[in-house]
Design a binder for this molecule. Structure first.
Ligand SMILES: Nc1nc2c(ncn2[C@@H]2O[C@H](COP(=O)(O)O[C@H]3[C@@H](O)[C@H](n4cnc5c(=O)[nH]c(N)nc54)O[C@@H]3COP(=O)(O)O)[C@@H](O)[C@H]2O)c(=O)[nH]1
Length: 857
């Protein structure tokens, strides 16, 4: 079963070897003493040092010769050799079966033989037909052999009988002692024959263990391991292995083995034959006898890197010198490390997927990866499998090795990069050039078609650039262009493209804007303004302060409605309009869009002025109970526009939110509502009315929102209990915990909360439960069709049930008809708001309404 090598270095071996790795390539040769396990045919056949023989011993001798190793053979019972190996006295076991347990203390070469296990019994035995019948039986095993490990794992420990050799065990069994012996089938059959034990047989059914025999070295002896793997490969390429195989296994084949039994060994041998070929395979074409050393030199000195990877562990088991030279790692660092650890993080995914592909298809495409060198350098490599070997299925295992050739293509990559840079990028600014822009524009048009989102193309020309060039020279002009490029890139998102067409012409392409061209135009305009501002900041041109302005032409593109050349032309034309309009400005190509954008910009200016001058007025809309008694009011803001008269909120609230003007505007509304509460507090009939105020999410999310509400309550003296803040579900999309906290603080002061537009947005029930709400407001879209649409009726019913179950009041808004009101009442709704009772009206009208209703009552 096993031959071990004891390495003697000037005396007792263990002490010398266990500490650090020996340099087997150095000139100072160490002497190896080889010990063979006693009688484990055909692998080991002697009982003493002098009579050591067998397949593995012969194979070792050939491998040692290839590797240039000196050795002496030392024969011992297997369990003794294993202990010496673990103790650091034996450093190489040349016939140790691979197992996970043994990997803890040994590193293995490629396995050289794979054998199956068998159960041996007496021929007259009638009770043991499969190995499962061994439970409770007296079973013989060679001490510390894989059969011993297997029997232990099956729980047959109590009845195990340990022997030193196969012959000893089988003789015991033949003499009628014990019930069975677990053993390598090949060893058992050869021993039966040699010892003439004709009353024994192997069970037809194979035992559940198999042995992959390999040379084993102490952990960390990577240099030796690599040498052995390489030498083993040489024995395959020069025919030694086949000769030994025929010598030791052929005998058995002729005399004993049926073809089926033998095929496993044959295939295993073939595995080894193939698996170790790697870089050596081409050598078979040449004169083997004189080639070995030359080809080792060729292997090591090849400009390409070679790597052998054990597919089972994915560890590197061999490499040539070139790989070490290029990567800067030592052989010790490389051998035994994970193959993937050589890859840069950026290449790991590709390497892994290629690896997986290889495992499933046994074919490996040529891939380009990046290696991480020991000093952090990155080397681009082109990788291909110079040979990949797959063992045909055997009982034993499916052991495979992948041999890779890696070519350093760093220079080629750099050249490609440079070519691409020249072809697609502007050399002065490193921005994409026209060709790259057109390529990206094509993709952007296709993407717009897919997503339905608009994009925009901006043509940017620097005003009076020629004058700068003429007066300060081209160097300064170049500096300006480089700084402009940087500012443009900093003004847009990463997904956008900034390109230079040449001269002082730049193009910015924006993607993924809104689906609505109106909004997309406003987004593009905002970025155009940002660019105008950025390019207006003075430049430092090598000590010379310079002010430059741009003219920007913008055109929108949507869903591939036009081609790239036409778009560039439009943006260019728009840029000329910007120049004609006095420069340092932007213009849209489409006059309608330009008008809309102008109107938007004008509205913003007007709204800003209106907020400053408080050109607003509050309208009041009554809220009534089941008896049509007004219990409260919602205040709704209107803009008192000098030319347009009263402007409804839908025309300016979104703009106020976009520009941040909602903050002063919202405060103004809240302040006036609270003043009204204070004023009503002393008026009978009005003093008990609540006032609901809409609060935008922008306001609520301000860190100082709570302070501002409390400050307004304090300064106006309003009763917080009569103030109801209306929030919308959209507020709950962001940082709910913060919202809950703010609501809780205000609620503690008496302020109440109503959830507006309920049912139209996102409301998680779990949040709803935690929000300190007082009221749900059924959105008017459900009320509108409540009589005709059963779905709406059902939604309203559900909202009512939900609200009441949470202990809230529920008010229906948008009630326009008596029929709607009556139906809502049937559904158990008791509070209403809508045109049926009153439209939003001025204060005086509202107060008149309240007093009128009071008098009518
Ligand atoms: N952040 C702030 N937003 C405000 C403020 N004031 C108003 N708004 C927001 O504008 C939205 C539109 O308000 P408005 O045009 O005033 O419309 C209100 C009512 O006129 C309308 N309504 C009420 N009853 C009926 C009806 O029976 N039929 C019908 N067609 N419309 C009706 O509903 C609007 C009140 O809605 P809501 O606020 O959801 O209760 C308005 O929705 C606010 O979002 C402000 O000061 N700050």
């Amino acid at each position: 079963m096993l031959v071990s090598i004891l390495m003697l270095v000037n005396g007792p071996v263990g002490a010398v070897i266990a500490s650090s790795e020996t340099d087997y390539r150095s000139d100072s040769r160490v002497t190896l003493v080889v010990g063979s396990e006693q009688q484990y045919p055909p692998f080991s056949t002697g009982m003493t040092d002098n009579s050591a023989g067998g397949f593995t011993v012969d194979l070792w001798k050939a491998v040692a010769k290839e590797a240039g190793l000196d050795y002496a053979i030392h024969v011992r019972p297997f369990h003794q050799l294993l202990q010496e190996f673990k103790d650091g006295k034996a450093d190489v076991l040349i016939n140790l079966a691979i197992s996970d347990e043994r990997r803890k203390f040994a590193d293995f070469t490629v396995p050289h033989v794979i054998v199956t296990g068998a159960v041996f019994v007496r021929k007259d035995n009638a009770t043991i037909l499969t190995e499962d019948d061994l439970a409770g039986k007296s079973v013989i095993v060679v001490n510390a052999d894989m059969a011993f490990d297997y029997a232990t794992s099956r729980g047959w420990t109590k009845q195990l009988v340990l022997v030193d050799t196969a012959a000893e065990g089988l003789q015991l069994l033949a003499s009628g002692k014990h019930d069975a012996m677990l053993l390598s089938k090949l060893t058992g059959m050869q021993t039966l024959q040699a010892e003439h034990l004709s009353n024994l047989k192997a069970l037809e059914l194979k035992a559940g263990f198999a042995q992959r025999f390999a040379f084993a070295v102490n952990k960390g002896q990577s240099e030796l391991l690599s040498r052995l793997n390489e030498a083993l490969a040489l024995t395959k390429s020069n025919g030694t292995y086949e000769a030994l195989y025929l010598k030791w296994f052929g005998v058995y084949e002729v005399r004993e083995a049926r073809l089926g039994d033998f095929s496993g060994y044959l295939l295993a041998a073939l595995t080894i034959l193939l698996a170790t070929a790697g870089y050596f395979f081409h050598r078979r074409q040449l004169d083997r006898a004189k080639a070995d050393n030359k080809y080792r030199d060729l292997y090591d000195q090849s400009p390409d890197m070679f790597l052998s990877v054990d597919l089972e562990s994915r560890n590197i088991i061999g490499c040539n010198q070139t790989l070490l030279t290029i990567t800067g790692y030592s052989r010790q660092q490389i051998i035994g490390s994970k193959a993937l650890s050589l890859c840069c993080p950026g290449s790991a995914a590709l390497a892994q997927s290629t690896f997986r592909q290889f495992l499933s298809t046994h074919e490996m495409p040529n891939v380009e990866l990046q290696l991480q060198c020991s000093d952090g350098r990155i080397v681009d490599v082109s990788v291909w499998a110079s040979a990949a070997f797959d063992a045909p299925a055997t009982d034993a295992d499916d052991y495979r090795i992948l041999h890779l050739a890696l070519r350093d293509i760093t220079l080629r990559k750099a050249a490609e990069e440079e070519i691409s840079q020249l072809a697609f990028f502007d050399s002065l600014t490193a921005l994409p050039n026209r060709r790259m822009l057109l390529d990206r524009l094509g993709r952007a048009l296709a993407s717009s078609l897919r997503t339905g989102r608009d994009g925009a193309l901006m043509f940017i020309d620097l005003d009076n650039f020629k004058a700068l060039n003429d007066t300060l020279g081209h160097d300064k002009g170049d500096l300006l262009l480089q700084q402009v490029a940087k500012r443009l890139a900093a003004s847009v998102r990463e997904v956008d493209t900034v390109a230079r067409l040449g001269g002082d012409e730049f193009v910015v392409m924006l993607e993924d804007l809104s689906e609505h061209s109106g909004s997309a135009a406003i987004q593009a305009e905002a970025i155009g303004e940002k660019i105008l501002t950025a390019l207006n900041v003075p430049y430092d041109l090598a000590g010379h302060a310079h002010h430059s302005t741009p003219s920007i032409g913008i055109t929108l593109f949507a869903q591939n409605k036009t081609n790239d050349a036409e778009l560039l032309k439009r943006a260019d034309l728009a840029m000329y309009q910007a120049k004609a309009a006095g420069r340092n400005t932007l213009r849209f190509f489409d006059p309608k869009i330009q008008d809309a954008v102008d109107a938007h910009a004008a509205l913003e200016v007007e709204l800003r002025n209106a907020v400053e001058q408080e050109d607003f007025v509050l309208y009041y809309q009554a809220q009534v109970d089941g008896n049509s008694t007004i219990t409260g009011v919602e205040v709704l803001v209107r803009w008192k526009h000098a030319q347009r008269g009263i402007v409804a909120p839908y025309e300016f609230i979104a703009l106020a939110e976009e520009t941040g003007l909602i903050l002063p505007l919202g405060n103004w509304v809240l302040d006036n509502a609270c003043r009204q509460l204070t004023s009503w507090a002393v008026q009978p009939g009005l003093a008990a009315l609540t006032i609901s105020v809409n609060v935008s999410a922008f306001q609520f999310q301000r860190p100082d929102f709570v302070d501002q509400v409390l400050a307004i309550l304090a300064s106006t003296g309003a009763n917080p209990a009569l103030l109801k803040l209306e929030i919308t579900e959209s507020l709950l999309l962001k940082d709910v915990e913060d919202i809950i906290l703010k609501m809780t603080v205000l609620q503690a002061q008496g302020v109440r909360f109503s959830l507006d537009d309920f049912g139209t947005g996102y409301s998680s029930l779990s949040y709803l439960k935690r929000l300190p709400l007082d009221q749900l407001k059924i959105d008017r879209s459900f009320v509108r069709d409540v009589l005709t649409d059963p779905n709406d009726a059902s939604i309203v019913r559900t909202i009512l049930a939900l609200g009441y179950s949470l202990g809230l009041t529920v008010i229906a808004e948008g009630v326009e008809t008596q029929a709607q009101r009556d139906f809502l009442a049937v559904l158990d709704c008791h509070d209403y708001q809508g045109y049926l009772f009153s439209k939003p009206v001025r204060l005086a009208e509202f107060e008149y309404l309240v007093s009128g209703l009071r008098e009518a009552a």
